[in-house]
Design a protein around this ligand. Structure first.
Ligand SMILES: Cc1cc2nc3c(=O)[nH]c(=O)nc-3n(C[C@H](O)[C@H](O)[C@H](O)COP(=O)(O)OP(=O)(O)OC[C@H]3O[C@@H](n4cnc5c(N)ncnc54)[C@H](O)[C@@H]3O)c2cc1C
Ligand code: FES
Length: 277
């Protein structure tokens, strides 16, 4: 996906990827129900674009499908990956129990998957990087790699989880925080904060829950600002086969000839105007 209305596979973004084992080296709770995990794949990974994700396979035989988790960060030689995840259901519960170096710490993973954020579009510009809740993790690698004037806006539901990844992001730009219950920062959501503080931007990058992405799309549309949004919606196969993740699009998909795109392979990042959300 190029963000220009046509869907193109990026170099290196192949459908058939090989599963590799990764050893969990850190897996700790950084806020209630939020875990910070570093893993070292046993084989080198190809180049990673911020906003790409991996599929994590679990031991429980009832959980056949990989769980998609965004790559939060990658170290310089791509020998270690960071994931930050919320313990949501059975799969992430199991993942949260993996202890480093206990012999059960190896996790099969598939990836990197999906397209990622277009870094080149933001180069030299005023970029507004907006994250809501568990949509914040991929913004760490994005903020690290984006060569732009970076204003980072983070939205959390309440004081309990507020602040996870805030310090990490403060290394890369001015961070503004909003909480729904007003316990930290501006009381309200990320859009309330952006309006209140009159933050200006030439380009927007965002990841978070769908209502937030809809509001970002509307705001960007009103002001004519290009916005790239990552749709972290429910997935099944994660590799473009099952059509379990389609989103309606403005343009016709060149392969299927319908107004649909698969979030797992054509996305998860789309130019906001291209998708009907
Ligand atoms: C591209 C992509 C990137 C993602 N990145 C992250 C990440 O970095 N960190 C993180 O914590 N989560 C992320 N998610 C969501 C994560 O994949 C789900 O929370 C996870 O698959 C749940 O698996 P489970 O077995 O624990 O829960 P399940 O038992 O499968 O589900 C538990 C509950 O979570 C809900 N749920 C499952 N998947 C999603 C979803 N995609 N969006 C909203 N609710 C969901 C289910 O409806 C159910 O209510 C991402 C999703 C996608 C598609
Ligand atoms: S999850 Fe199967 S096609 Fe996207």
């Amino acid at each position: 996906m190029t963000g220009t209305g046509t869907y193109k596979r990026r170099k290196g973004d192949v459908m058939m990827k090989k599963r590799v084992l990764a050893e969990v080296t850190i897996n700790k709770e950084i806020a209630p129900g939020i875990f910070d995990l570093w893993m070292e794949p046993t084989q080198g990974l190809e180049e990673i674009n911020p906003g790409q994700f991996i599929g994590v396979y679990l031991r429980n035989e009832n959980l056949l499908l990989p769980r998609p988790l965004s790559i939060c960060e990658v170290n310089a030689d791509r020998s270690a990956l960071r994931l930050v995840y919320r313990r949501a259901g059975e799969g992430t519960h199991e993942l949260s129990r993996r202890k480093p170096k206990d012999g059960l710490g190896y996790v099969p993973i598939l990836g990197p998957l999906g397209n990622g954020f277009p870094l080149e579009k933001g180069e030299g510009k005023r970029a507004l990087i907006i994250g809501g809740g568990i949509g914040i993790p991929p913004l760490v690698e994005l903020s690290k790699r984006l060569k732009a004037d970076r204003q980072i806006v983070l939205g959390y539901q309440n004081g309990q989880t507020a602040g996870f990844l805030q310090k990490d992001l403060e290394q890369f730009g001015d961070v503004h925080v909003a909480t729904e219950d007003g316990s930290i920062g501006v009381c309200g959501n990320v859009m309330d904060l952006i309006r209140k503080e009159n933050l200006q931007a030439d380009i927007i990058y965002a990841c978070g829950p769908m209502p937030m992405l809809k509001a970002v799309k509307e705001f960007a549309g009103e002001r004519g600002i290009p916005a790239y949004i990552s749709l972290e919606e429910h997935m099944a196969c994660g590799v473009g086969v099952c059509l379990g993740c389609v989103v309606k699009t403005r343009e016709v998909h060149p392969h299927t000839n319908v107004h649909n795109a698969r979030i797992c392979t054509d996305g998860p990042v789309f130019e906001a105007g291209e998708v009907e959300i």
